[in-house]
Design a protein around this ligand. Structure first.
Ligand SMILES: [Zn+2]
Length: 160
């Protein structure tokens, strides 16, 4: 990330963004794309070797109020061997959306972008926080998020 802007390109997760690409200079990022780019940068901070998820929240004026990623409880240092088993670690991981919601009060955030579709529990949490629009990049097939969004009238949309 050093000299990220003077170098002309930088990597946001797995996607390379060319700042001199004519499309980039002529077209402005949409608000969902902007939030997703922030979520992708946040995911780079995840210490989970198996799944890195980032999330970003915007308020009613599209101002960034929080970014977060999946990880262990604050202040917890994983002992040696903690990351050896993918299944064993899972119950200890605090999901990006939960960490995100810990940073604001209900009703403060309007839009959330998350690099992976929220799991069922995170979708319920986002509902409780009054989020109206949720954007994700990767589909998470085990999630009931689409059904929850439909019933509660929340916009849930994939951003490419
Ligand atoms: Zn989750």
């Amino acid at each position: 990330m050093r000299n990220s802007f003077s170098g002309g390109t930088f990597a946001v997760a797995s996607r390379r963004v060319d700042l001199h690409d004519s499309r980039m200079s002529e077209e402005r990022l949409s608000i969902p794309e902007y939030a997703m780019a922030l979520a992708e940068v946040a995911s780079l901070r995840s210490e989970d070797p198996f799944r890195k998820v980032g999330a970003a929240a915007l308020d009613w004026d599209n101002r960034v109020i929080a970014t977060a990623y999946n990880g262990l409880a604050p202040g917890f240092d994983a002992p040696i061997g903690f990351w050896d088993n993918r299944d064993d670690r899972q119950k200890f991981m605090l999901h990006a959306e939960v960490n995100l919601c810990s940073l604001f009060k209900r009703g403060e955030a309007r839009l959330v972008a998350t690099t992976t579709m929220p799991c069922t529990a995170c979708m319920q949490t986002l509902c409780a926080y009054g989020i109206e629009e949720i954007y994700y990049r990767e589909i998470y097939k085990e999630s009931d998020a689409p059904e929850i969004a439909m019933v509660y009238g929340i916009k849930l949309q994939q951003v490419g």
